[in-house]
Design a protein around this ligand. Sequence first.
Ligand SMILES: CCCCC/C=C/CC(=O)SCCNC(=O)CCNC(=O)[C@H](O)C(C)(C)COP(=O)(O)OP(=O)(O)OC[C@H]1O[C@@H](n2cnc3c(N)ncnc32)[C@H](O)[C@@H]1OP(=O)(O)O
Length: 415
Amino acid sequence: MAGAAGRVVRRWYPSVLRSSLQVPALQLHMSKTAMRASQKDFESALSQVKRLKDPGNEVKLKLYALYKQATEGPCNTPKPGVFDLINKAKWDAWNALGSLPKETARQNYVDLVSGLSSSSDSSSQVKPEADRKQPGYETLVVTSEDSITKIMMNRPAKKNAITIQCLRVHKYQPSSSFSPTHSDVPSEMYNEIMLALKAASKDDSAITVLTGNGDYYSSGNDLSNFTDIPPEGIEEKAKSSAILLRDFVDCFIDFPKPLIAVVNGPAVGISVTILGLFDTVYASSRATFHTPFSHLGQSPEGCSSYTFPKIMGPAKAAEMLIFGKKLTAAEACAQGLVTEVFPDSTFQKEVWTRLKAYSKLPPNAMRISKQVIRNREKEKLRAINAEESRALQERWLSDECTNAVMNFLTRKAKL
Ligand SMILES: CCCCC/C=C/CC(=O)SCCNC(=O)CCNC(=O)[C@H](O)C(C)(C)COP(=O)(O)OP(=O)(O)OC[C@H]1O[C@@H](n2cnc3c(N)ncnc32)[C@H](O)[C@@H]1OP(=O)(O)O
């Protein structure tokens, strides 16, 4: 076993590194008692590692540190001198694991090797786009690649307007382990986005992206949602829509990994308001940001009544949320809603290059950083979401809202 690990190191490292990285057989035997639960997995990871392509020095250091921690526990050797660069790098990597339990280090080692194996398998065989697409979604294209799960709204002919679930049996259950399959996924976009987020929160991607297909990012709530009134009546429809809205926005509040919006074109309504719950927002120079709630007889949602004043100050937020001022991408960036604007001609290339680089950062560190940044606000955001949803439930029953929607649907009005 130790020989296996040693051979890997010999294959990867130049001679100057070899002697210091070889794993003596003795170390492995000494640590036998610590290897109970996943001894077999660990051993298989140690032999698997030798079949991998060179994963680069950063990963090799990580493997080294996890190996040492798993077999010897916390770093227990004197810090090498500043000029002993290689041993210092190794010592730093091991020491950085602090008091991580041996069992956890062993598990992390196994996970890391398994991740490397699957990525080297997949990189040697480039799958066609159609194969990478996850099945089961009708209004989205969901793909996972390069540690990035991309959720793309896919109703370009309708400007990616977000449809509601009306008559289907299967509903998103916040606490269930329901996962999409061909047969039981509802086709409506609110539900599908929730399912895709839920799946992305558990998959092995490091970051998750929401974007749109076609010339629009999204035109917001599909206004024809208002026309499908169930036999129970319009009040019931408003009530179930408010519940759906609250669940939808909660998914963004609770999403545990870095969430990035790639705003490829104009964004309207709820597709704008939830941006305040994203960690990063990249916009094409062609994008605009429009929240015409008063025009539609409605009120803000997506926690924007809280996030927007916080992001851009109450005066600018009021202009958007009360008076429906449409912002250009540059204005939205100046006001802090957008992280960075890219020229439309190079938007996709620049953004995806950036995201691929970010997706290689240590995923757990990114997750924890997000938690630290966001967690203390979660309860507050949920309460705000519930309050906004209640207000909208009433708005949807108002004449102001009904008239605005009818005007759009009968082609009398457009934004
Ligand atoms: C659970 C419920 C939660 C509810 C949460 C509440 C959220 C609030 C909001 O999101 S408010 C925002 C609502 N959105 C709008 O008001 C946008 C309405 N659309 C427009 O004004 C225009 O379509 C446009 C400015 C977005 C684009 O205009 P353009 O001229 O470029 O394109 P068309 O109008 O010809 O649109 C192409 C087809 O797409 C259909 N469509 C576009 N947006 C919507 C929409 N939001 N809802 C339904 N349908 C939409 C449009 O009707 C065209 O369809 P057609 O080709 O069949 O005619």
